[in-house]
Write a protein that binds this ligand. Structure first.
Ligand code: TXA
Ligand code: MG
Length: 340
């Protein structure tokens, strides 16, 4: 059976996107949606992103009557510029969109991915595919089909292999349902890129809840995204996130992994650790991007963390990335990984 007909018949399919792999189900099939939550061990309060392959599908999902003229202007602008791409928009939902997909919220998250394999799957199935990242809840997102197979294996009907995800961190979640648009999760599109099209974004971010307790007070205009939970995207290994200065002063420990942002930081650290036995192939040294390119670093982040996690180090010392562009998404994931 093809992956598309599997989705049409209520199956669940893991598929590649340009950000990370997703675990898809027809958004209008609540039995299939329930299976996605069950397989991921994801709490039902955490809403899913609906993936579309053409803008006209928004008509089946979004309640335009609940949007003011300014919100519709922003939606049009972003639809014409950054979609398809790694951007998820939070918009008022039509009653037909099942509550199970939206965690009981009055809003729906919509994303138009850029990956040709994802687009073909969505187009050839039901046109609207709800898909969280294809990992167990709270764990690292998969950027390769092998990650999905290792983490969810037999629980999934089909795993489509599309190679390594190009961007490597999840989409940016942008709330367009409140008076001022704001980023609920930094991701593959930077704040700067979004602001270039729709102007300044609201800076106020809601407080992080301190636990993964259900957050029940979702409302349009008062939206706290479960992606903002303090602890998320976490490897099993304990992770310490340090500013460059501090990491470079950290003494070498044989059983720990070191995750540097670039080669400059690694060289500084080496100077402070002249006796570190690094000639044996630097097995516990990981560098996100040798020349410090933020896109390159983002695309390597989950891959390196998966790799470190598989090697059973007693801790990871990770360097904070520059706090701009995709660096914000990298730091967000590292901060959440360090709050285990
Ligand atoms: O790049 C991505 O976004 C990937 C690929 C597969 O598309 N998907 C992904 O899905 O990261 P997931 O479920 O792991 O993250 C979706 C985030 C969650 O933090 C969820 O709480 C938030 O989007 N979200 C979904 N619907 C929402 C809504 N109505 N209001 C606020 N946040 C919402
Ligand atoms: Mg996820």
């Amino acid at each position: 059976m093809s992956a598309a007909s599997c989705l049409c018949k209520g199956g669940i399919v893991a598929f590649p996107t340009e950000t990370v792999y997703g675990l898809g189900a027809d958004v209008f099939n609540t039995t299939a949606l329930a299976r996605v939550f069950e397989v991921k061990r994801r709490p039902y309060f955490d809403p899913l992103i609906v993936h579309i392959a053409e803008l006209s599908t928004l008509m089946r999902l979004v309640d335009y009557t609940a949007m003011d003229a300014e919100a519709i202007r922003r939606l049009k602008k972003l639809a014409n510029t950054l979609m398809p791409g790694p951007l998820t928009l939070i918009l008022p939902k039509l009653p037909e969109v099942p509550d199970l997909a939206t965690g009981g919220l009055k809003t729906v998250a919509v994303r138009f991915p850029k990956h040709s394999g994802a687009l073909a799957l969505i187009k050839n199935s039901t046109g609207a595919v709800a898909a969280p990242s294809a990992n167990p809840f709270g764990y690292l997102s998969p950027t390769r089909a092998e990650h999905v197979a290792e983490q969810l294996g037999n629980d999934v009907d089909i795993i489509l292999d599309g190679g390594t995800s190009e961007i490597g961190v999840e989409s940016t979640v942008l709330d367009l349902s409140s008076h001022l648009p704001r980023i609920l999760r930094p991701g593959g599109v930077s704040r700067e890129e979004i602001e270039a099209f729709i102007g300044k974004l609201d800076d106020v971010r809601p407080e992080h809840p301190h636990t993964e307790e259900p957050v029940r007070s979702f409302n349009i205009g008062q939206c706290l995204s479960p992606g903002q939970l303090k602890s998320h995207y976490a490897p099993r290994t304990k992770l310490f996130l340090l500013d460059t200065d501090f990491l470079c002063k950290e003494a070498y420990k044989r059983n720990c992994a070191y995750l540097f942002f670039n080669t400059v930081s690694f060289d500084l650290w080496k100077k402070n650790n002249p006796r570190a036995p690094l000639n044996g192939g630097h097995r516990n040294i990981f560098i996100l991007s040798h020349n410090g390119d933020l896109r390159d670093a983002a695309s390597n982040l989950f891959e390196k963390l998966h790799c470190i996690d598989a090697a059973a180090y007693s801790a990871i010392y990770a360097e904070r990335a520059p706090d701009k562009g995709l660096g914000r998404a990298i730091n967000d994931r590292l901060e959440k990984a360090s709050n285990k």
